[in-house]
Design a protein around this ligand. Sequence first.
Ligand code: ADP
Ligand code: MG
Length: 697
Amino acid sequence: MRPHALTPYFASLSGLTGVGPKVLKNFTRLLDRPEPRVRDLLFHLPTGSIDRRIRPTLAEAQPDTVVTVEIEVEEHRAPPRGRRGPYRVTGSDGTGWITLVFFHGNEAYLQRELPPGARRWVSGKLEMYDGMLQMVHPDRILDEAGLAKLPLCEPTYPLVEGLTSAGVGRTIRQALDGVHPLPEWLDTAFLKQRRWPDFISALKTLHLPEAPEDIGEEAPARLRLAYDELLASQLALALVRARFRAQPGISRTGTGVLVEAISQALPYALTGAQERALADIHQDLAAPKKMLRLLQGDVGSGKTVVALMAMAYVAESGGQSAMMAPTEILARQHLETIAPIAEKVGLRIRLLTGREKGRERAEILQAVAAGEVDILVGTHALFQEHVVFSRLGLAVVDEQHRFGVHQRLALAAKGDAVDVLVMTATPIPRTLVLTYFGDMDVSALDEKPAGRKPIDTRLIALERLDEVVGAVGRAVANGARVYWVCPLVSESETLDVAAAEDRFAHLAEAFPGRVALVHGQMKGTDKDAALAGFQSGETPILIATTVIEVGVNVPEATVMVIEHAERFGLAQLHQLRGRIGRGDRASTCLLLYKGPLGEVAKSRLEIMRETEDGFRIAEEDLKLRGEGEVLGTRQSGAPVWRMASIEKHGDLLEAARRDAALVVARDPELTDVRGEALRHLLYLFERDEAVRLLRAG
Ligand code: ADP
Ligand code: MG
């Protein structure tokens, strides 16, 4: 249950004065959530401020600054009848003159606000025009009494159309009036040492600053809130992990026979990085605690074989393994990659996706339950309740960030003290690993298999499509396999598919009988047929939507064409390009773009041309787009931070991680005074999943 004190924080914005349906809609866009609540608004922090303490005389005043000046109103000059032009009001202060400019000025209103002969304060941006000081649409026109009430420092907010900074500020101040202080969840000594304000004072300082320094990047109030947000995420992770680790693990020791046999059966030697990862994994499996390890490696770094050997080791110790992929294509691909070797050494391997039905499915489930299957490869289907293992020992989860923590735990719950190996192909910078996976153990495959040739990446304007088609024709005539990825047109896959179908029709005409199409809306068997044709070389050109993004492995493929590359994210482009350059022949990647390119799109494509280093690309991506995108949180729905940022608050993240670890060590059920307060924090930042876990445990 959400603590009582938080109720006003979760009230709908529609309860505030001035927030009718239309304004609410604007706030929905501003705060990027369907039913914005008070907390969402309060967490919308100002990005700057206007200092209304700057009050020069007109003689001293600097053009292009915001000033608040006192003037005596002199003359009104309406535009000549029937003519366009602004309405002007002149004034002076004895040291100089100023013209106030109003486009579409309403005469009656302006006469009332600025009666000739009266003294008024006007505040706004000063400009020099035709040698005269002028102010276009002053932000404020005030008399002495109004001036007394003017906030001296006015926060400015990120906006969407239909909202003004002043309006947003007004609504926020109103919202602030309705919420109460919360119990302090930070350690008192820590708070003192940092000289940070309490939570609600921090909000008040940021939304009602007295000076621009109050809301600066390094302002204590800002750091406090960033820390709160980071602590909530780190604490939630630590709680989930502690629960996972609380159950004792099982020491699994293999004989090494199967692992050795696989190693013999492979047509290549493992890289040093693969060897090191395997040693880490064997050690974890043998230790009497549960393994929670992230196997991180760029596309093509050879994670699959590492996973296979880990599963073989578990089989030696008498356990079963489950290997879960995010899509059916990938699950099938994994099966095809590992089955020949696995079967050669006597491992029993089966596939379970949504497609295995009826008798076949029943037979698979029965074999798994009877312990007659060593490795079960599949999709989400593996989570389902009726899937029962006889002795599940290891869960391998591929492409982790597409699954939530829950799903991972659900799979782990299917056995006794199941060890978990998570594989991710998105090379994640260290800071991000900490953030999203906590102190999960990490093995990195930072070495590519020997003999890989660099990929020649070129940027080509879409206008030159004909030349590209010609080049593809020549490549195919020389025996190449070509991936042709069609653009992401919209949120709707149907439209993407239509684009892919058009391109298919176009290329099928140019290369009859040599082109295949694969997309997400096709029947499973048709997808298989398309991939099989590509794999065998019968149809050496494969048109695809992004379904091929992750994992598909056809080492013979050496050409990758990506249409409208400017519409893809950097990580996605890298993943796609990783489909080629897997064999020992030279590969080419053609990024077709439609100009003119925006700054970000241009940088992205340039980076792609410059480097193949996945870690470098991930770092650049982080800079260009922020952490949420790097991890593809769109798929998993993981929240993106509002107040903290990895680039700016890396040190706070580290502190929050240590803080969370201490809390979990001292008060794992969050029951003491600070623990109770921390529950408020978790709810406030919507990390209450972790709280629910406490109760369940
Ligand atoms: P990832 O899943 O990390 O993207 P894969 O496991 O699919 O990479 O491996 C990519 C390709 O590299 C596969 O064809 C695999 O057989 C091959 N491979 C893996 N390890 C090695 C190695 N040590 N030497 C040569 N080729 C390797
Ligand atoms: Mg893979």
